[in-house]
Design a protein around this ligand. Structure first.
Ligand code: ADP
Length: 485
């Protein structure tokens, strides 16, 4: 087994204690680059999830009864500890997730930023005083925590997706039971360990791990519990829809941050170098495994050939390797399942007439590495035009004019992010308005920040995370009518 940093934990965190599964069953966590086993974590079930919910419920009166400033102190300390242990956390993330160290370090800072931000936003959960409907009354509106909430997070951002949910939930006074992805539980447990060091009271934040087969059981225990008032989920659209159906049973609230099918449009008036830099970020970062990755690259006809030639040259130079090696710019895919999906989508596209300019196959270094790939002549009859690729494959189509680009971009049930490059100020406003998405990147491929609302429209989700809006979903409004004054 690989030597892990000492403060990192391999048991679940429930009620302020580090616990194993009552069955004794464990799940091996592996390095996707090598297949090496890093550690093992407990495989929890329904009973353990219920126990975690109960401990969260027990912690709720004290935590929600504290002042926002008291909660903020703990969250700020948590943020400081995450930053202080950034190297160790990043190393762990690279080991279990595969992304290059520079990206892991970037994610750790991004993750810490949610703790800092929501520590402050929790102090600004202002209510309202509304002009009353009768003279002897006053109308007050307050924002209150929900109680116990559940978080279910994916493997592509193993720390940031945890804090993006936990920070606003806890800042508002809720207590959380988190189920991290089976591929990356160690990062979540490490974050919990730092939360414990920061002074989180027992039961306020709990982490329950499991294998992929355990996820429906743990998820159902969370959704079905009458104590759990809300689920915050980031993951696939299929699972998100299932959870939402399950939540209907007792009307558990749910926020969903689901799959995307982002269009990345390059108009002929664009700064081409800037657009190429943007693709580097939102296509090859995290090996293309982000829900805001450029799934469809639409390039205006007149600049297509030059654009493809330069992008292919750039893609061919991307240094692929283990994320811990200094020179590495792109790591492996998460697992064989991810690899098979990328291979299937590329084969389907090639079979229907797409041309591969560079890459297109498993990388010669072996394992779960896929070659940085550029493909053209992509059309809407290909599966990759409709399915999230989650791989380093730049799939390019052409368009004639602005209207054409907008129609193509919106031709999908998804609506998370969209990008376009143009220097025409009129076009910038027209296209930004017309794109049916929750997030628009204009002349940039880098849109994630704790200060802005992240979330999708259409089948990409419900709710927003981050920003001043991101705490609202973790609260409930209460209207108090004071009469007889
Ligand atoms: P991906 O295919 O990218 O792994 P998933 O939606 O399957 O995306 O996984 C996202 C998160 O949802 C993970 O933590 C996973 O364990 C969890 N999950 C998967 N299936 C279920 C389910 N039926 N109920 C609750 N959580 C689930």
């Amino acid at each position: 087994m690989v030597k892990l940093p000492e403060f990192l934990k391999t048991d679940c965190y429930v009620g302020g204690k580090w616990v194993a599964a009552s069955s004794g069953r464990r799940l091996d966590v592996t390095d996707p680059a090598t297949g090496d086993v890093l550690a093992s974590v407990p495989r929890m079930g329904a009973a353990e999830t219920d126990a975690a919910i109960a401990t969260a419920q027990a912690a709720f009166p004290d935590w929600s009864g504290r002042t926002a400033a008291d909660r903020a102190l703990v969250l700020q300390k948590w943020a400081a500890l995450v930053r202080a242990h950034a190297e160790d956390l990043a190393r762990l993330m690279t080991l279990e997730q595969g992304k290059p160290m520079a990206e892991s370090l970037g994610e750790i800072e991004y993750a810490a930023s949610f703790l800092s931000w929501f520590a402050e936003e929790g102090r600004r959960l202002y209510g309202d005083i509304i002009p009353p409907h009768r003279n002897d009354a006053r109308i007050l509106v307050t924002r209150n925590p929900l109680g116990v909430v559940g978080g279910i997070t994916p493997w592509n951002f193993p720390v940031a997706m945890v804090t993006r949910k936990a920070a606003p939930a806890l800042a508002a006074g809720n207590c959380m039971v988190l189920k991290p992805a089976e591929a990356t539980p160690l990062s979540a447990l490490a974050v919990a360990a730092l939360g414990e060091m920061a002074g989180l009271p027992a039961g306020v934040f709990n982490v329950v791990t499991g294998a992929r087969e355990d996820a429906p059981t743990i998820g159902k225990a969370l959704v079905d519990s009458p104590l759990v008032r809300k689920i915050g989920f980031t993951g696939s659209t299929a699972v998100g829809k299932q959870l939402m159906r399950d939540c209907a049973g007792d009307l558990t609230k749910i926020s969903l941050e689901l799959g995307g099918n982002a269009a990345f449009i390059v108009f002929d008036d664009a700064d081409i170098e800037a657009a190429l830099d943007g693709i580097q970020i939102c296509k090859f970062r995290n090996s293309g495994q982000t829900c805001i990755a450029a799934n469809r690259i639409l390039v205006q006809e007149s600049i297509h050939d030059k654009f493809v030639a330069t992008l292919s040259a750039r893609a061919g130079q991307i240094q692929v390797g283990h994320g811990l090696e200094k020179a590495t710019q792109m790591g492996p895919l998460i697992d064989e399942r991810g690899m098979e999906k990328v291979e299937r989508l590329v084969a389907d596209a090639v079979g229907k007439g797409a041309k591969v300019h560079v890459g297109g196959k498993r990388h010669e270094v072996g394992g779960a590495y896929f070659q940085p790939t550029v493909m053209t002549d992509v059309s809407t009859d290909m599966d990759l035009a409709h399915e999230e690729l989650f791989g380093p494959v730049a799939a390019i189509s052409t368009f004639r004019d602005e209207q054409d680009a907008i129609s193509m971009a919106n031709d999908t049930p998804y609506g998370l992010a969209g990008y376009f490059y143009s220097r025409d100020v009129g076009r910038i406003f027209r296209v930004a308005d017309a794109l049916e998405v929750g997030i628009v990147g204009v002349n940039t491929g880098l849109i994630s920040t704790e200060v802005a609302p992240f979330g999708g429209v259409k089948e990409s989700g419900i709710g927003r995370e981050g920003s001043k809006y991101g705490i609202d979903d973790w609260t409930e409004l209460k209207y108090i009518c004071l009469a007889g004054l």
